[in-house]
Design a protein around this ligand. Structure first.
Ligand SMILES: *Cc1c(COP(=O)(O)O)cnc(C)c1O
Length: 483
């Protein structure tokens, strides 16, 4: 691996080519005759001139710089970077799916529609919801869709509810989505046990509340164990209860959200159901609702009439379209494959093992990095490195050093309510051995803090780039190659 892989432009040599096309022997007008002068380039585009082998080697080397769950332990809290079984790739690349076009005649799409229809039903069964829309392309878009469904519902009832209550431990996308949906947001503090403070909730819950949005399990990796009371309070106030179920991998097969009182939820198929995360997509954040909200779900919808599947393009009460056609079908085929290959009992094992692994790591690390709430966790735990801050070592330094030991850094400084937070999610597929290696790396780092704190300040040493100025990179991204 060359850690200093140059840009492909830097590999360019004048007139080098990957392949040469034969001269065109058909009679055709010159480009200049076809395209108006003002649209023609004055200068040739500055494309890299490289051989086929240069291209293959360059991109293969770049691909080897990738860090992924396929290469190393990836304990990113909240984001659930779990193993994506390769059979998912096989099914989703079947020509019947990849070559299908949504404008094809319905009669040609029966197989794809049946799969999507079945997946909706499976998600209903797992969550206890009555209907699902598979359209949203990500968790955050699922939230927005769910919020718009709630908005339309209250509008139909003639109720003017303007406020969404969001616990301070919620995922950051929750208040953002509520804001985009046109609601005002009221934050509800957590109590010492990292759960919603019920008295504080009562204080802000009133007839202007549209939804109480609960991340479940919450971002501290804890089950909201007063959920039945929260549900009762929300419903008594006429509000709906929303579940951010992005991290359903702690509950699948163990608890049905509808039975906990939730009216709307979204799931992240790219977390729980082993669909790969993309850089901003394509993921899938399906939204499930209880019966009275189902008519507001986005269109188009797939209906089953006798043995035939039909597309319903429009409906009177829908919130409309949130995504082209049926959503990210490739992601949906992967999730469907995952569900079928594990079956009901297998899915339950997923949650149980995710919880077991997270608690194993917690038990091994709690002396070094005390958890924010010293309790059994669900699929992830939130530890704190604040005891090292007095020696000038930040959690950032610790996880940068982890990169040198071949581990991806856990999520840090989130949730915001935990000082020097380190949020660790091993996922169900990791072995005890890989978790032990991770613990041992953190123990070595703890020793280095005492013996050689400067190492931590300067780490990482072995990565293609060292410490980046992340703020500058975000504020002033330089995305163009300058010659
Ligand atoms: C990941 C996550 C989201 C956002 O999902 P995206 O697919 O990244 O939009 C929302 N809530 C929780 C709890 C999450 O973990």
């Amino acid at each position: 691996m060359n850690p200093q892989e140059p840009l492909i432009f830097e590999l360019s040599v004048r007139d080098r080519r990957a392949l040469e096309f034969p001269a065109c022997d058909a009679q055709s007008p010159e480009v200049e005759q076809l395209i108006p002068e003002k649209f023609l380039r004055k200068k040739l585009p500055q494309l890299p001139e490289v051989s086929e082998f240069d291209v293959v080697r360059h991109f293969t080397r770049l691909s080897q710089l990738n860090f992924s769950a396929d290469t190393n332990f990836y304990p990113l809290g909240s984001c659930t970077m779990k193993y994506n079984p390769k059979i998912n790739e096989k099914t989703s690349s079947l020509a019947g799916f990849t070559d299908a076009h949504p404008y094809q005649d319905e009669s040609h799409l029966q197989g794809s529609m049946e799969l999507l229809w079945n997946l909706e039903k499976m998600l209903c069964e797992l969550t206890g919801m009555d209907a699902f829309s598979l359209h949203p392309a990500a968790g955050a878009q699922g939230e927005l869709t769910g919020l718009l469904v709630a908005k339309k519902y209250f509008k139909t009832l003639g109720e003017n509810r303007t406020k969404v209550l969001v616990p301070d431990s919620a995922h950051g996308t929750n208040p953002a989505s509520a804001n985009i949906a046109g609601y005002s947001i009221k934050s509800v503090p957590s109590n010492k046990r990292g759960r919603i403070d019920i008295d504080a909730l009562k204080n802000v819950l009133d007839e202007t509340t549209a939804l109480v949005m609960v991340t479940c399990p919450n971002t501290l990796g804890l089950f909201e164990d007063q959920i039945l009371e929260i549900s009762k309070l929300a419903h008594e106030a006429g509000a709906l209860l929303y579940m951010d179920g992005a991290n359903f991998n702690a509950l699948v097969g163990l608890a049905e959200p509808a039975k906990l009182g939730f009216d709307i939820l979204h799931l992240n198929l790219h977390k729980t159901f082993s669909v790969p995360h993309g850089g901003g997509g394509p993921g899938a954040g399906p939204v499930g609702v209880i019966q009275k909200l189902s008519k507001f779900l986005p269109t188009p919808r797939i209906l089953k009439e006798k043995d035939k599947f039909k597309i319903m393009l429009e409906s009177e009460s829908t919130i409309g379209q949130v995504r082209a056609f049926f959503g990210n079908t490739g992601a949906l085929v992967r999730a469907y494959t995952y569900i079928l290959s594990l079956g009901h009992d297998g899915l339950k094992d997923v949650s149980e093992n995710a919880i077991l692994n997270a608690n194993y790591l917690l038990s091994q690390l709690k002396d070094l990095f005390p958890p924010f709430v010293p309790e059994t966790c669900m699929h992830e735990s939130v530890l704190s490195g604040s005891r090292y801050a007095k020696d000038g070592i930040k959690t950032l330094d610790i996880v940068k050093r982890l990169l040198d030991y071949g581990f991806y850094a856990p999520t840090i400084y989130f949730p915001l309510i935990v000082p020097e937070a380190m949020m660790i999610e091993p996922t169900e597929t990791e072995s005890k051995k890989s978790m032990d290696d991770f613990v041992s790396a953190l123990k070595t780092i703890a020793q280095e803090m005492k013996d050689n704190p400067q190492t931590l300040k300067e780490a990482p040493f072995t990565t293609p780039v060292r410490r980046l100025d992340e703020v500058l990179a975000a504020r002033n991204p330089i995305l163009k190659w300058k010659q």
